[in-house]
Write a new protein. Sequence first.
Length: 511
Amino acid sequence: MLTKDLLRVSRAGGGYHPQFAEREHRPLAARVIGTFADHVGQPRADLEAALAALEPEAGHFKLVRGFAALCERDAAFETQAAVPPERARRVAFEAAESVGVVTESDRDRALARATDRLGLDGETDAVDDSLYADREARQILVDFAPRWSPDELLEQYDLSLAQTALFDAVEVRIRSSEPKALVSAVKRLGLMYEVRRAEGETREVVVTGPDHLFRRTRRYGTAFARLLRSVAKTASWRLEATVDDRGTERELVLTQDDVSVPGVDPVAEPTYDSGVEREFAARFSALDLDWTLIREPEPLAAGASVMIPDFAFEYRPAGTDTDAPAFRVYFEIAGFWTPEYVESKLAKLEDVDDETLLVAVDASLGVGDEIEARDHRAITYERSVRVKDIVDALRTYERELVADAAGELPDELVPEADVVSLDDLAAEHGVSVDALEAVTFPEHDRVGRTLVRPAVLDALADRLDAGQTLDEAEAILDDYGLGDTSAVLSRVGLRVSWEGLSGGTLRERDG
């Protein structure tokens, strides 16, 4: 998906038509990719100037910027400076205050004094260059590994443009050659939907958008974009959407002739400095946790230098808004044993401020106590880091976050919907599902991971009977937006009996 400022649509005839890339734009896509490749090692400002020079030939500046936005996902920028810029500014401004900068010579004196304080032995130019080296325009493009060929970039651009156009949809209607896969994707994304009969035996899946909720949520717009990617993977499909275009409803139509999914792997395999890191990352990533493992996050300020932790763990409970800031715990594996390395590591840990940092320490180093004395949690290991030890440490932070979130919730909640999943309710309030444990719901019963009004359960009890097939029961549950089949059937006194290959049949529960 592109940012909305890069959306290109035509509103001719009252419609809403994305302006897709054409075959004639392939050379332009190739030049954008080449421009990134040619500017490795150069400042972002130079790259952006070269890209801007391509805009006149494109016919529309948003096309170049759209290609560039996709390419930038495969580009790595970093700040390169002799002194961390924040530290350079702080020391320089302190020196300027003591000098009283008015003239250029005063500025030179202040820089010279700051250089001395930073211990750079007269390298005034290095301090001057460092002052604003972290500005975006001065960041250096250090790596560019494009996923896409020019043809694939065109294909990805069209998909991303269509996803952006769907962001403000209020209703999406889809017909697909693989309807079961479509419904599965809709359910997985937690979207509200119904299946309608269209022409002949055709079924149309109608997905309700955010204007049918009590408030518009970014999560729904993002989910529509993700749904399009699933739809576009099928052989034959047609999507019609009603889009809220700044207060005017317009119709958007997409088919397999408009959008497809590039057949490339979107994420490269990370590389690791040691087998200990590689093994830990593989075992941790296999767990189903609300913590996301990030390889080599952004550097941390550590005095006059920087520290790049091996990993970061980001906590964002399932179902919560992905745009909300995540709680982050940094993780460093200290496994190199030379005395010089240990001393350097301890010095950097000493200077890391205001960050939550876990450190896994090789037991043979014998510095666990020193690390804990620096207000960081030390976890010792031999040969490999025990995932359980790290998870236990993360659970401590998780319990604190859940407790804080729960403390901000009222004692009672009364959702307006007759049926609402705990995941959706937690997302609405920006908390984890665990934070809802202490909340009571006076007008709803908990059925599995769903809140259901008793009247709905009574209606289901009247419609569900022993002897019905499981397919019939699930169709009835779909009418009420219920998907936790086993929990609902149990609540109304029924169970599923499996009889060979003939499918499931409802039976009275024993006892």
